[in-house]
Design a protein around this ligand. Structure first.
Ligand SMILES: [Zn+2]
Length: 357
């Protein structure tokens, strides 16, 4: 017999997290509580949870099993990554910290970032797990995808901002409950809709990857002219605190190369108005071979972080789209994202050092 327990939900609870905690299927939990897949869980709701002792349907290795946002990042930062330096580089519109992780001692500075867009948080999970594995493999002197991790981390310092847009991610995961003092304005930006699955922007309705002074004006001309769930570039470049934090970090560290992770299309964009260095095409081809993604010079992109990086530093910059399908991708997509993206991330660490020129 399955015993049913009652639980009063708190801020941050989602069906997937409750399902994981109690080792039951999310769909079953929703059915039991008569809630459809598009409905968010309100804090203070009393939900019924079956207590199934012994079974563990969720122990699937290498998959993301529940919504990964700033709370999960914070827990992993403290418990799983104690050996990796972390540093707060900024604060989001709603006051959440933006964390930078740093591993390795090498001269070559490589930068990975993810979750620029609210509904692309699977890449936050990807980078956090990648860091954790790097640490394990470094400590135990392992080879990973043909690469000696100890040696690699003597040559490379890896900078990682896994969650550029913590507010946007929370809005997608928790809906109106995440909006705090911005509730009125965010609901208005969302056209009064209570569903936020399509939300890409930060809590001010600005798209953080449309904020960069590299063709910003042209991009703004083709995009929404007011705060919007996606594609609005703001009143000027770099007005948003999340974009400013990444800007300052990039100006200080002058990375040899950058990869900005997004999650639609399994593609690698490597060009910006022919400002990219000569080697970029070959490097993109190497990333494509490692991941099975498709290398594309440019999708006529403007005002993105990688566009600005290429324009400013004339060094290799890549936007990598890690998944296929419509955002937000289902959690099961994480298994494929992991096996395709890890070799790509590692391969990029073996590129020449462009900042020593
Ligand atoms: Zn994106």
């Amino acid at each position: 017999m399955v015993e049913i327990a009652q639980y009063k939900t708190e801020r941050g609870d989602t069906f997937a997290k409750l399902a994981y905690r109690h080792q039951v299927e999310e769909a079953y939990l929703r059915r039991l509580n008569h809630l459809s897949s598009s409905m968010y869980l309100k804090p203070g709701t009393v939900v019924e949870i079956p207590e199934q002792k012994g079974s563990a349907p969720y122990e699937k290795k290498g998959e993301c099993l529940y919504d990964y946002g700033w709370r999960e990042l914070e827990a992993d930062r403290q418990h799983y990554l104690p050996g990796i330096a972390s540093e707060k580089i900024g604060t989001s519109v709603l006051g959440k910290p933006i964390w930078l992780f740093r591993i390795g001692k090498g001269k070559k500075k490589v930068f990975f970032s993810a979750a620029w867009h609210g509904n692309e948080w699977l890449n936050t999970w990807l980078l956090m797990r990648f860091l954790q594995e790097l640490q394990v493999k470094n400590d135990s002197r392992q080879i990973w995808h043909g690469i000696d991790i100890c040696m690699l981390l003597r040559e490379v310092t890896l900078f990682v901002v896994p969650l550029v847009n913590p507010d946007g991610v929370e809005i997608v995961q928790e809906g109106a409950e995440a909006l705090e003092e911005k509730k009125e304005s965010i609901l208005q930006i969302n056209g009064g809709m209570m569903n936020f699955q399509h939300w890409s922007a930060n809590a001010a309705g600005v798209d953080l990857n449309h904020q960069w002074p590299a063709g910003w004006k042209e991009e703004a001309w083709e995009s929404p002219d007011r705060p919007f769930p996606r594609h609005y570039g703001g009143e000027a470049p770099l007005t948003e605190p999340e974009a400013k934090a990444v800007y300052q970090l990039t100006m200080e560290e002058e990375f040899s190369q950058i990869i900005a992770l997004h999650s639609q299309g399994e593609e690698i964009y490597w060009g910006y108005r022919r400002h990219e260095p000569e080697g970029s095409e070959e490097l993109a081809a190497r990333l494509a071979r490692a991941s099975s993604f498709k290398a594309i010079r440019t999708a006529d992109s403007k005002a993105g972080y990688k566009d600005w990086f290429i324009k400013t530093f004339r060094r290799p910059g890549f936007t990598v789209e890690t998944g296929i399908g419509q955002n937000p991708l289902p959690m099961e997509a994480s298994a494929r994202i992991w096996v395709t993206s890890v070799p790509l991330l590692l391969e990029s660490c073996t590129f020449p050092n462009y900042s020593s020129e």
